[in-house]
Design a protein around this ligand. Structure first.
Ligand code: MN
Length: 438
């Protein structure tokens, strides 16, 4: 089915600012709570949210084989499971309904009242019930930088790194949407020079600038995914802040890899931008030397040119952009990651999420974590309010943004924004609870 929705010449009868991440060519998918407290699946054009449940009930998806309640759900999982032909048909229809030359909905005030919302009337939710979550480690610059810091320059890249997209299984239970604050985690750390660990709040809380892709049902257990087919199973992408506690991570990670230093929170942007919408922004990835094994060899442009940035906003202060990177710096692309993930027969389901790993570029201004920007705390990062940071401090807000731009068309992800709060004070809370019941 042709991808009409990407036509760069199309304009919408809905207002779209010139620098909007959400022109009619984007048509992302998300889940939101409406002003009437109803949860629905929706999309967004400019700063208008569109209730797809209402649009479907009013008959605007006639002719597309969709179940009646496909958009009246609190997650996108069933829609994602419907597969690429359905996603494409729905995006094409939305593009048509909101095309500047189509008056059907435009001239129907009652329908518009039921379907359209201002952004301040809705509350974005987690768009997917995430089944399994895997995080890769696919930026060569990031892996090299961290390797130098943790093991020295001789052993920076482990011997396997140039031969496979290295990853680990994380936890989906603590993946949260933009806007939800995160508490500083506590845990075990080994203070510098000490021989025994201490317990307490992490002193080195960090962000990781990542993107994550969401899959549809891809295979049966035992069945690998050929690399030429891998992208067919990718629904879309979000921005992904993989919050990390570096001191906890450093003490715990040998030999089984990340654990409590990572699974206290990861924040995602709420609108899933489809792989279809990103089609015009394909680009060649980095040269892979040595050549990967045959099952990981892909032809064509499997990387995507997505500009990324990270800003830190201290409490009651303006933000400072501390990193500018790009998704195209990833050494291992998404098709290679998904193919490698399933090559042993691991089952991939609709609603699984795969993090890219921290996306650092070659220039220090493109490093995707404070660990690298402050080089393990040896340097300071200056903010524009004359404060400085080595890691993230309590009440700082971390904001990540991403967009593609080509020949006047801009497709973006909006932002993922989350504030770091102090350690969750369970003792204090219990004391309060007790005094209330006394
Ligand atoms: Mn990560």
């Amino acid at each position: 089915m042709p991808n009409f929705a990407n036509n760069p010449d199309r304009t919408s009868w809905l207002h779209v600012d010139k620098n909007s991440d959400f022109p009619i060519q984007n048509i992302p998918f998300g889940v939101f709570l409406t002003r009437d407290d109803i949860i629905t699946i929706g999309t967004r054009i400019g700063d208008t949210a569109i209730d797809l449940g209402a649009l479907h009930q009013l008959g605007y998806f006639e002719g597309i084989p969709l179940t009646e309640d496909i958009f009246l759900q609190d997650t996108l999982n069933d829609f994602i499971a419907d597969g690429r032909q359905t996603w494409r048909a729905v995006r094409n229809r939305i593009a048509d309904v909101f095309d500047a030359n189509n008056n059907t909905l435009k001239n129907n005030a009652a329908h518009k009242e039921a379907v359209l919302f201002r952004l301040d009337e809705i509350e974005m939710q987690l768009p997917v019930l995430i089944g399994d979550y895997t995080d890769f480690y696919a930026s060569k610059e990031h892996a090299t930088n961290v390797g130098i810091m943790f093991r020295g320059p001789e052993n920076a890249l482990m011997p396997n790194w140039l031969h496979m997209p290295v990853g680990y299984h994380g936890r989906s239970s603590t993946i949260i949407p933009s806007g939800i604050p995160v508490h500083r985690p506590q845990g075990q750390t080994l203070p510098h020079g000490a021989e025994t660990p201490v317990f307490g709040p992490s002193k080195l809380v960090d962000f990781e600038l990542e993107m994550a892709f969401i899959t549809t049902d891809a295979n049966e257990i035992g069945e690998p995914i050929p690399i030429e087919e891998a992208e067919d199973y990718i629904f879309g992408l979000v921005l992904f802040n993989d919050w990390s506690a570096r001191d906890i991570q450093k003490w715990e990670y040998v030999p089984l890899g990340p654990f409590l230093g990572k699974n206290f929170a990861s924040s995602i942007s709420p609108w899933i931008v489809t792989l279809d919408a990103l089609e015009p922004f394909r680009t060649k990835g980095p040269e892979q030397n040595p050549k990967p094994l045959p099952y990981l060899q892909s032809s064509g442009n499997n990387s995507f040119d997505i500009n990324l940035e990270v800003a830190i906003q201290p409490n009651q202060s303006k933000e400072t952009v501390v990193s500018r990177s790009n998704f195209k710096y990833m050494y291992w692309n998404m098709a290679q990651q998904l193919t490698h993930h399933a090559v042993n027969g691991c089952r991939i389901n609709a609603g699984d999420m795969m993090g890219s790993g921290t996306i650092s570029g070659p220039d220090p201004s493109a490093y995707g974590s404070m660990l690298e920007l402050s080089w393990r705390g040896e340097k300071t990062v200056t903010l524009n309010n004359n404060q400085s940071r080595k890691f993230i401090e309590d009440y700082d807000t971390v904001i990540m943004r991403g967009h593609c731009e080509k020949k006047g068309t801009r497709i973006g992800f909006g932002e993922v924004r989350s504030q770091l709060l102090p350690v969750f004070e369970i003792l204090k809370k219990n004391t309060n609870l007790r005094s209330q019941t006394d």
